[in-house]
Design a protein around this ligand. Structure first.
Ligand code: NAI
Ligand code: NA
Length: 396
């Protein structure tokens, strides 16, 4: 079929298999071009199909020649019904990995559930024996708690007071004022239950209990801080509480890995256009200004550049892992540079509907958004009839 984007607000209901494959290929080529990494050998990636998790999987496989198992929650493709982007990304990745002689298998299901955990443990046991890196990169709006059965829904709200600031509809470029009422205690608890560290710790406990972590095993989860501009709705809001919890969990997990000589890290990554971040008010305006400034200064990175730098220059240098005063790895260092933030703050004051496409990188934002779904990718013929049904070669 001929597949075109069907956009509804900040999601797109369709995805393009060839565009997604091309994105994956571009990421693989980037890592290969950078050269080999003396990195992990057997890697489990939770949230492996899009965003930072996909880029972590690509870096592990094509940078360090690692065997990878990916876990994700995606919609398979069917006759007349394109799959979700992560489905096509994984199909493309596993095809390339297997062609390169690399082990690559995956499980599609709810990573929060006991069932998917057990299935993953069994697969590691059967095929890899142990893993030496576990990447935790889930981003989800809800979690069914495996022990209580309670459904937790995360929210993106400020805490304590109503937050009002500028935001942009990135499709139309219209800049307007948005007001978000504060969260209540339940909102906070639910968001922490979904995006905090409890599930990460459950995964590591389960792997450890079955002796599936290699000596010296490392685990990493991803966090965000960002500037004072977005603080009320992000770092000091409900999602920030979840990130505080995630960051605190790294210390608990590290304690539990001491006997193995292992360690848990949180890496603070750069703000990027992903399915998760385009849903957060205010963030798209911030990102379009940030992209403009960082591209002008030659500092811009996408998910693959970020994860390549995380592996090559932080986690696997052969020496100590550089961390900040709170023990966190920082690959948001370029985003947070004083000169970058000063320029973004100035542009923020000026930004309106009339000038945004000039002073901000609205076009770059939109392209990245469509790219997430395999659209507007250079070198892909979108007029062409493509087969929407694609197999994921390593699907278990
Ligand atoms: P994403 O939406 O691109 O990826 C989420 C992944 O989780 C996908 O592979 C999806 O299939 C999987 N997933 C979601 N629910 C699942 C479930 N129930 N079971 C199994 N898999 C499930 O998100 P992104 O942006 O890559 O986020 C990953 C992490 O990075 C999150 O912790 C996020 O907060 C963090 N981060 C994101 C930044 C951004 O600007 N996008 C910046 C810094 C950190
Ligand atoms: Na991810």
């Amino acid at each position: 079929m001929i597949i075109t984007p069907k956009v509804r607000g900040f999601i797109c209901l369709t995805a393009h298999p060839e565009g997604s494959a091309k994105n994956v290929e571009n990421q693989i080529n980037y890592v290969k071009f950078k050269g080999s990494i003396d990195g992990p050998k057997k890697v489990l990636v939770l949230g492996a199909s899009t965003g930072f998790g996909l880029a972590s999987r690509i870096t592990s496989a094509f940078g360090a020649n690692a065997a990878t198992i990916g876990v994700y929650f995606e919609k398979p493709s069917a006759e007349g019904k394109p799959g979700s982007p992560g489905w096509y990304n994984t199909a493309a990745f596993e095809k390339k990995a297997q062609e390169a002689g690399l082990y690559a298998k995956s499980i599609n299901g709810d990573a929060f559930s006991d069932e998917v955990k057990q299935k993953t443990l069994d697969l590691i046991k059967a095929d890899l024996g142990q893993v030496d890196l576990v990447v935790y990169s889930l981003a989800s709006p809800r979690r069914v708690h495996p022990k209580t059965g309670v459904i937790h829904n995360s929210v993106l709200k400020p805490i304590g007071q109503t937050f009002s600031n500028k935001t942009v509809d990135f499709h139309t470029g219209k800049v307007s004022e948005v007001s978000i009422s504060p969260a209540n205690e339940d909102d906070i608890a639910n968001t922490v239950a979904v995006m905090g560290g409890e599930d990460w710790a459950m995964w590591i406990d389960a792997l450890k209990a079955e002796n599936l972590l290699a000596p010296g095993a490392v685990t990493v989860a991803y966090s965000y801080i960002g500037p004072s501009l977005t603080e009320a709705v992000y770092r000091k809001g409900t999602i920030g509480r979840a990130k505080d919890h995630l960051e605190a969990t790294a210390f608990t997990i590290s304690d539990s890995l001491k006997d193995l000589g292992g360690k848990a890290y949180v890496s603070v990554n750069k703000a990027l256009v992903t399915q998760a971040s385009s849903a957060i008010p205010v963030i798209p305006l911030y990102i379009s200004l940030l992209y403009k400034v960082m591209k002008e200064q030659g500092l811009h990175e996408g998910t693959i550049e970020q994860m390549d730098r995380l592996f090559r220059e932080r986690l696997y240098t052969g020496g100590e892992v550089a961390v900040d005063e709170k023990g966190r790895i920082r690959v948001d260092d370029w985003e947070m540079r004083d000169d970058v933030q000063a320029q973004v703050a100035t542009l923020w004051e000026q930004a309106n509907t009339e000038n945004l496409s000039e002073i901000g990188d609205l076009a770059g934002y939109r392209t990245d958004f469509f790219n997430l779904f395999g659209f507007e990718v250079e070198g892909v013929d979108y007029e062409k009839d493509v087969n929407e049904v694609v197999e994921v070669p390593g699907l278990v």
